[in-house]
Design a protein around this ligand. Structure first.
Ligand code: MSP
Length: 528
């Protein structure tokens, strides 16, 4: 049965340009979205940009331009990178969108009317770097605020607060009993610990306009704007059509929600996504059954440092620019590396040498070789079309049996969002098929007229494996797989769903095209 599936990513801050960390998250979401479509689901992928806030306001001021002009410019860098990476998102979230602003304002007004938002005077220590008030819990053992908070100053101001504390007992209970709120499960401990810390504090959700103008105005007080989370987190529902007018151009909310996952990095799990967001949803009236799942991925790091704009050299920043990477290596290669060399949930070191090595060994040599051999020998020895033969042997039986195992392993891993594990199974299968080719040696069979039946079976098996892996790999390397399917002249493969994928996709007499290399080898050198 068709089910619906709603995938979101964190919306990226627009006070800069995207790097491989942002790109990884978006590629992972795109792979999952394409995979859900391959499963036959009605899948919807939303991504976008977080355009408000102090940093945007400050940078725009420095450049002497309006923040709106500044974010339009920086937003283009994201859409351009995502286009280069061949992302196919179904919805695009920009927090300056009037429809989003209305949704946020309506929610704030409702919570204010219900007494869940109140105003209070607060005197305390404020971290300029992290843009938040600090409490004694943030002090280190020496009683001081650590360097992670940057410059800390004492402030005394009035602000609006959301009664987070009213929802914490519910949240603790919910997190403890839910087996799908946090994926992978090992991250649950971080959340439970953070709930302990959140217990008796409410959430400051506003900034006075004299300090921050670039935000969504509080509907009940024009002297304030709402700050970060009530703006950014609500994108997940506003752009899914929550409370929207029927002609607003959004999907049907009830259809998307709650069959969904929010894909986020480990840095924004606590407190924002696992504490503020479920409490906000609970306050608005969402039930336990309506809570989303959080798929928490790890970080791409540099071997000796962080992938972070402020901590990289210009050379590192250029190397980690997804647009540069795609221009140098191609979208398929970058997409492949970003989901291949990391286990979902864990960290990995970004290493261009491994990117080149993995592409050359697993795609250029292994898969490229299989496609090339399968198709060119079908052209040379069988006149360009697959044939029919009754010949069978143990090796062929093993290859056929392994196709079912590979599809099942791939599906199981993809259902758990473990893309690298799924790829490992496919690569293993391609290796097996290359070994099969070496053992069967069709080039020798072709020299002996009495071996025509063997030759026909062996080459038919190669074509079949190429077809199957082109379907399995398409969510990850879509363009390359389209080219493979075009060379097989089997465009019908584009519509095959995973549950219909089995041995026997290619009919007898299938004509194939002359193979062209789909994965030319790459190198780190410029001239390559
Ligand atoms: N704007 C907020 C999120 C609001 S969601 C309602 C934000 N933006 S961000 O630009 O800093 O990060 C966007 C996403 O990129 C986050 O999920 C973050 O974890 C992810 N990554 C940022 N750097 C990363 C790596 N080096 N590696 C992997 N992902 C990383 O947070």
């Amino acid at each position: 049965m068709k089910s619906s599936f709603y995938i979101t990513t964190a919306i990226d801050y627009t006070n800069g340009s995207p790097h491989v960390g942002h790109a990884y998250e978006k590629v992972l979401a795109d792979v999952i979205n394409r995979y859900r479509k391959l499963r036959g689901d009605e899948s919807y992928f939303l991504t976008g940009v977080d355009q408000h806030g102090q940093k945007v306001q400050q940078t725009a001021e420095k450049e002497g331009i309006h923040p709106g002009t500044y974010v339009r410019k920086t937003t283009k860098r994201f859409t351009n990178a995502w286009e280069k990476l061949e992302l196919q998102y179904d919805g695009w979230a920009e927090t300056t969108d009037e429809r989003h602003k209305k949704c946020v304002a309506d929610i704030l007004q409702k919570l204010y009317d219900e007494g869940q938002i109140y105003k209070k005077q607060y005197k305390g220590f404020y971290s300029i770097k992290q843009e938040q008030f600090l409490t004694d819990k943030e002090r280190g053992e020496d009683g001081e605020f650590g360097s992670e908070w940057g410059q800390v100053e004492e402030r005394d101001e009035e602000n609006y607060y959301f009664k987070l504390s009213d929802h914490v007992a519910w949240l603790r209970d919910y997190v403890e009993k839910s087996d799908h709120f946090i994926i992978p499960a090992f991250r649950k401990t971080d959340v439970i610990n953070a709930i302990e810390r959140a217990e008796d504090s409410d959430l400051c959700i506003s900034r006075p306009k004299e300090r921050l103008r670039w935000g969504i105005e509080m509907p009940f007080d024009p002297d304030f704007v709402t700050f970060v989370w009530f703006d950014a987190l609500i994108n997940y529902i506003s752009f899914a059509g929550y409370n929207a007018a029927p002609d607003a151009g959004f999907p049907e909310f009830e259809k998307l929600w709650p069959a969904n996952i929010h894909i986020i990095g480990k840095d924004i799990l606590v407190p924002s996504h696992s504490i503020y967001w479920p409490c906000m949803l609970h306050a608005i009236g969402f039930t336990d059954e309506q809570m989303p799942s959080l798929l928490v991925h790890g970080f791409w790091n540099l071997k000796n440092g962080k992938v972070s704009k402020s901590e990289m050299t210009p050379e590192q920043a250029a190397m980690l620019d997804p647009v540069n990477l795609v221009e140098k290596f191609g979208a398929d290669c970058v997409r492949y590396y970003l989901v291949r060399d990391i286990h979902t949930g864990r960290d990995s070191d970004f290493d261009p040498e491994r990117l080149v090595m993995l592409f050359n060994t697993e795609l250029a040599n292994n898969l490229g070789n299989l496609c090339n051999r399968g198709l060119s020998m079908t052209k040379r020895f069988l006149g360009g079309a697959t044939g029919q033969s009754d010949y069978d042997d143990e090796l062929s039986q093993e290859l056929r049996a392994e196709s079912a195992t590979t599809i099942a392993t791939y599906k199981d891993a993809m259902d758990r969002y473990c893309v690298s594990e799924a790829l490992e199974a496919v690569i293993k299968y391609i290796t097996l098929c290359n070994q099969y080719t070496d053992k069967q040696a069709p080039w020798s069979l072709a020299k002996d007229e009495t071996k025509m039946a063997e030759l026909t079976t062996v080459l038919g098996h190669l074509t079949e494996v190429v077809a199957i892996v082109s379907v399995l790999l398409k969510p990850i390397i879509p363009s390359a797989c389209e080219r493979i399917q075009a060379q097989l002249k089997a465009n019908f493969l584009a519509d095959v769903k995973i549950d219909d994928l089995k041995w026997g996709m290619i009919p007898v007499g299938q004509e194939v095209a002359k193979p062209k290399p789909v994965f030319p080898r790459i190198s780190l050198e410029e001239e390559a």
